[in-house]
Design a protein around this ligand. Structure first.
Ligand code: ZN
Length: 200
């Protein structure tokens, strides 16, 4: 194999590691990149490096951010008495897209998965409990995914928070069972948020 084809093969192999990119798409992207200008290729490479170097985790809500605390936690216009608990930063992005939520978030960084060895200590549950203990929180919305493991995660969190007195709610059951917030339609997610229900 010549040098040029192994360079191309390496790029194709790297692109194929990305989610949703199969062999053919990787090849198509690689040939597209071959035809971009130096400046365009550099801009893409720099954006990827920047993502790795500049992106940090908010020490309050654990969302990914350019700064710590993140822009949402710093925003004085947001309602600080409501915390929406989600599994991933992508869920924050989906909920922000609905434009309906003006409170703060708390990113769990996953859900309980005993079979895979993921216990409460691997999530940010303790930090959430401390946030609620610190006071000023009237409502905690448990916006975990409608799956068995995520439901168990929500119940665990509810049990930890219940003694603290904040109102506990969860998204309405409009979300298709077994689906994830990440892939649910914006309107369906907006309705599930608006129609949220008390956790008894
Ligand atoms: Zn934050």
């Amino acid at each position: 194999m010549s040098d040029s084809s192994s360079t191309l093969a390496r790029l194709i192999a790297e692109l194929q590691k990305l989610p949703g990119i199969g062999a053919r798409t990787a090849e198509r992207l690689a040939f597209h990149l071959l035809n971009t200008t130096d400046g365009e290729a550099r801009a893409l490479a720099e954006a990827i490096l920047e993502l790795r170097n500049r992106l940090t985790e908010c020490s309050v809500c654990f969302n990914l951010a350019d700064s710590d605390p993140c822009a949402i936690c710093r925003d004085a216009g947001r309602q600080r008495s409501t915390i929406c608990v989600v599994e991933t930063p992508r869920d924050v992005a989906r909920l922000e897209e609905t434009g309906l939520f003006r409170g703060l978030y708390h990113v769990l960084k996953g859900h309980l998965a005993p079979a895979e060895g993921v216990g409460p200590e691997h999530l940010t549950i303790d930090a959430l409990v401390r946030r609620v203990q610190a006071g000023g929180v009237d409502e905690v919305i448990l916006a975990t995914n409608p799956t068995v493991e995520s439901d168990a995660t929500a119940l665990e969190i509810a049990a930890r928070l219940r003694p603290l007195g904040a109102r506990l709610t969860r998204l309405a059951r409009g979300l298709p069972a077994g689906s994830t917030i990440e892939y649910v339609n914006r309107n369906v997610l907006g309705d599930a948020l608006s129609d949220r229900q008390e956790i008894k």
